[in-house]
Design a protein around this ligand. Structure first.
Ligand code: F6P
Length: 571
């Protein structure tokens, strides 16, 4: 049985790794031939997990590759580590914490009961969810009133990283499910432009701020929360809802009606002036980037309502159960994580594109950047020893078809191998037809859109040979420029529609993919020490930027010169 303190198994010393190395050396990927000679390939390498239909067949793998990757999972005890996570072992070793985001979406009454470090996890999760839902219902029904007795029309979520990216991504993805009379805006950046732009045009009487911060100590969020509080007081005074010289009690009353908080540090919430009765909690065993399904999703719960939020959670849980119970050889998150290892460590990929053919998923790649890169961008393993192979590929992407007209050139014909995940849904929220497209029948625009998805994955896999280019009558000196090598790996992920459940499924899928890669590399995917140094230095440098000559003199020559130039420019 794997325990939290079990030292990582060095994947590179396992028999499976050696066999994969030999296998790769002997492999000449040739998707054209592989498909031509093996009519069952597509069917055999396509898997279903809950509503997700996932085709892995256009990856540069054979059955033997997959079998070896499954053996690698066995050699590094992926199943043991997975079970340790679900059980609540402290697999976040460097912070000595359990990793239990999967508990956030366990249905009430799930068995066996989950008691971790003496905490009845299920009871606490459901009690907090009930609070969030009751609050969401009050805001949605208009029962929650601002200081002038008016109902809330705009919710402004103030948070950053996991306290922003998940909620904003999910809100944008689920816009068709949003209450029509409520909007949500998201402030994250400490660039004052962000709060200025996001509060512009808002009526303070109908605006509710949610300060979302796991630690309630994040510079950006607390600064923005103070700016928002000042904005509230100023704008309420401007509409004569608060006296210009309102005393502390009147101002506190306004904050009480227009600010709530989400945090694991409820003492700090109170110190900010937000009534703990208006605060929603979660626990240190939820990583920030794994928290959209906790109270951090309060803005989303308000927007789509508790029933839809429950569907969202049920989607996560469906994939959790798939990941927890399916043999690795058919386990979609496990296979996708192992494929990423194959691409990074054996085929030399440095990046991974995520290309949603769904406009509502336009923030999904940005969300995944934190999930994957804050989790697996590490150079040491969970016991502090150096990693033994490359880790943490760069995740990036844009919605199709916009990306096609921007960076696909490099994916098709560049010198680098860029594995790509293509994501689409069968049924659009807006089934529009183009009646004047010039064809006999109206054109279903979503089908036209998806024709691009299928065309791109096909072109990437099978390319275009020089002979095919010549057969089109291309002049010989232009042939090489028009050849597509093919053999560019893609995974196709299809779902029936972008419902709350499907969105939860997609998020959980990538959470577990990330986990699988972390286990193979032996790293703690749940800490993020790499963000600390910059934060500390920003605090140290702030006095220099504010004009403190002594603090400026302590900086290195480049930083000094840059700050000096900046100070000269400030009018
Ligand atoms: O700086 C990185 C980070 O700690 C993320 O992991 C986290 O999601 C984000 O900052 C915000 O943290 P908090 O929710 O505590 O404000």
């Amino acid at each position: 049985m794997s325990t939290a303190s079990t030292p990582p198994i060095d994947a590179t010393t396992t028999p499976a790794w050696a066999d994969l190395t030999a296998h790769e050396a002997a492999l000449s990927p040739d998707l054209r031939t592989w498909f031509a000679q093996d009519p069952g390939r597509a069917g055999r390498l396509t898997f279903d997990a809950a509503d997700l239909h996932v085709d892995l067949s256009k990856n540069l793998v054979t059955d033997e590759t997959l079998a070896l990757l499954v053996r690698l999972a066995d050699d590094v005890d992926l199943v043991g580590r997975r079970d340790a996570m679900f059980r609540g072992d402290h697999i976040n070793v460097t912070e000595d914490r359990a990793v239990l985001h999967t508990a956030l979406r366990r249905p009430s009454g799930a068995t066996p009961e989950l008691v971790v470090d003496g905490q009845d996890v299920d009871a606490d999760v459901h009690a907090e969810l009930a609070k969030v839902y009751a609050f969401a219902d009050k805001v949605r029904s208009g029962e929650w009133k601002g200081i002038t007795g008016e109902r809330v029309r705009t919710v402004v979520n103030i948070g950053i990283g996991g306290s922003d990216l998940g909620p904003v991504m999910a809100y944008e993805a689920l816009l068709p499910y949003k209450a029509e009379d409520l909007d949500v805006r998201f402030v994250s950046n400490i660039d004052p432009t962000d709060v200025a732009e996001k509060t512009a045009g808002l009526d303070p009487r109908t605006t509710l701020f949610i300060v979302a911060s796991k630690t309630f100590g994040t510079l950006e969020t607390l600064t923005n929360a103070r700016l928002a509080r000042d904005w509230l007081w100023t704008e309420l005074a401007a509409v004569e809802a608060l006296a210009d010289d309102a005393d502390d009690a009147a101002r506190a009353e306004a904050v009480g009606k227009h600010f709530v908080a989400v945090s694991t540090a409820l003492d700090k919430v109170a110190a900010f002036g937000i009534d703990p009765a208006n605060a929603f909690g979660f626990w240190d065993w939820v990583g920030g980037r794994y928290s959209v399904d906790s109270a951090i999703g309060t803005s989303l719960a308000i927007a789509i309502g508790p029933a839809r939020f429950e569907e969202f959670l049920a989607g996560f849980h469906a994939i959790d159960e798939h990941f927890r119970t399916t043999p690795i050889a058919q386990n979609v998150p496990a296979l996708m994580g192992l494929l990423n290892v194959w691409n990074v460590n054996f085929l030399g990929a440095h990046t991974h594109a995520v290309l949603p053919y769904a406009q509502y998923l336009h923030r999904f790649p940005a969300y995944l950047q934190q999930l994957t890169m804050e989790s697996n961008g590490k150079s040491v393993r969970w016991d502090g020893s150096p990693v033994t192979t490359e880790t943490g590929e760069v995740f990036w992407g844009e919605p199709g078809t916009n990306g096609q007209h921007a960076f696909y050139q490099l994916i098709h014909q560049g010198t680098r191998l860029i594995p790509a995940d293509f994501i689409a849904v069968a049924n659009p929220a807006h089934p529009l037809t183009d009646d004047a497209a010039g064809s006999d029948a109206p054109v279903d625009v979503h089908s036209l859109f998806l024709a691009n998805f299928f065309a791109q994955t096909k072109a990437l896999a099978f390319g275009k040979t020089a002979d095919e280019v010549r057969a089109e009558g291309t002049a010989e000196d232009l042939v090489s420029a028009r050849v597509f090598s093919g053999n560019r790996p893609t995974t196709s992920i299809l779902a029936p529609a972008l419902t709350p459940s499907v969105l939860g499924q997609l998020i959980a899928l990538y959470e577990h993919i990330t986990f699988v890669q972390g286990v193979v590399w032996g790293i703690d995917s749940f800490d993020q020490w790499g963000v600390e140094l910059g934060k500390k230095l920003a605090n140290e440098i702030a006095p220099a930027v504010a004009g403190d000559a002594a603090a400026l003199a302590e900086q290195d020559p480049s930083t000094q010169a840059l700050i000096g130039w900046y100070l000269d420019q400030r009018s």
